[in-house]
Ligand binder design. Sequence first.
Ligand SMILES: Nc1ncnc2c1ncn2[C@@H]1O[C@H](COP(=O)(O)OP(=O)(O)OP(=O)(O)O)[C@@H](O)[C@H]1O
Ligand SMILES: [Mg+2]
Length: 363
Amino acid sequence: MIELTEVTKRFGGTTAPAVDRLTLTVADGEVVVLVGPSGCGKTTTLKMINRLIEPTSGTISIDGVDVTGLEPHELRRGIGYVIQQIGLFPHRTVRENIATVPRLLGWDRARIERRVRELAETTDLGDDMLDRYPSELSGGQRQRVGVARALAADPPILLMDEPFGAVDPIVRAKLQDELLELQRRLRKTIVLVTHDIDEAIKLGDRVAILSVGGHLEQYAPPEELLRAPANDFVADFLGSDRGIKRLSLIRIADIDLEPGPVVPPGTDVDRARAVMAGYDTDWVAVVDGDRMLGWVTNDGLDGRSTIDGVDLEPFVTRLTPNNTLEEALDAAISSHTAIAAVFDGERFLGMITVERISREIVR
Ligand SMILES: Nc1ncnc2c1ncn2[C@@H]1O[C@H](COP(=O)(O)OP(=O)(O)OP(=O)(O)O)[C@@H](O)[C@H]1O
Ligand SMILES: [Mg+2]
């Protein structure tokens, strides 16, 4: 666990502090994201944790041990650091870059080579890249090398300063997914800096929102930030679409589904039409137990007495409990019915409507 208590940093020759009495704890295995405008003290905070910058006052401890009492080299052995702007050594190959810390630790060559190959695989860098120089890689590949280098000595703590800052949104999203996947397996304690609130919401178990001067405005899980911003600064920073953003954090499994306009086999047409009217739709679905047989429009029932024997259409868009409400909203509004069906494998679980989703937004 990392604990910052009343940490202040004043740089020489400046009046206002860069970080002002910051108190923050990071639990083991947790991803904490520091987010805020340029110059609000994010990099300074990270660098105080591994003592590249010494605090002016306050204490920082790791697992209960005050870091100022530790030899800096000793301390940094247990902390991987991904530097803002990646900071690879340009005149060293990818292999040499990744091997930086193991070399400092005096590992033998065979062990270093094994570790480099392992990390190249973990971070999805092809073996053919290991002998290239950073300038011969794409931005996204360079970012991966930065992450691989930080992971090299298997430190329990990772500090990442804008690790995905220099790439386009598509590569960025891919690297973010990779980091989440990596974290599921490795369970590091990660402090990550970004100025991108969407990245913070996606990656953080908890998010610290800082304002200029290193003031902590709010520290909470993303869902709580979006639901209950502490003040106007936080609300502005989250953006006017924070209700919509929250939808990406809620899974269908988290909410109650409605049965929707469904009837069992054998239902007579008047009854089926009454169910449609109840849901204000012009179609009805036929469900046998938990098996969805398909749906039919109101017109398709003309001249029939019961629902049996009519031609049923299949549901093309099938959501699962693991989909987010954002994905559900997208599915529901793209189906002209404004309703999407949820399945667990072949089992029909219920329907989700735009109206039901909007109730989650205003909550
Ligand atoms: N060595 C230094 N000497 C004096 N002032 C500094 C020094 N390093 C940083 N600062 C100042 O401290 C403040 C915080 O800087 P910091 O690099 O922590 O910001 P940041 O939140 O990481 O910003 P960005 O998003 O632009 O990277 C800034 O006003 C910066 O100018
Ligand atoms: Mg910075």
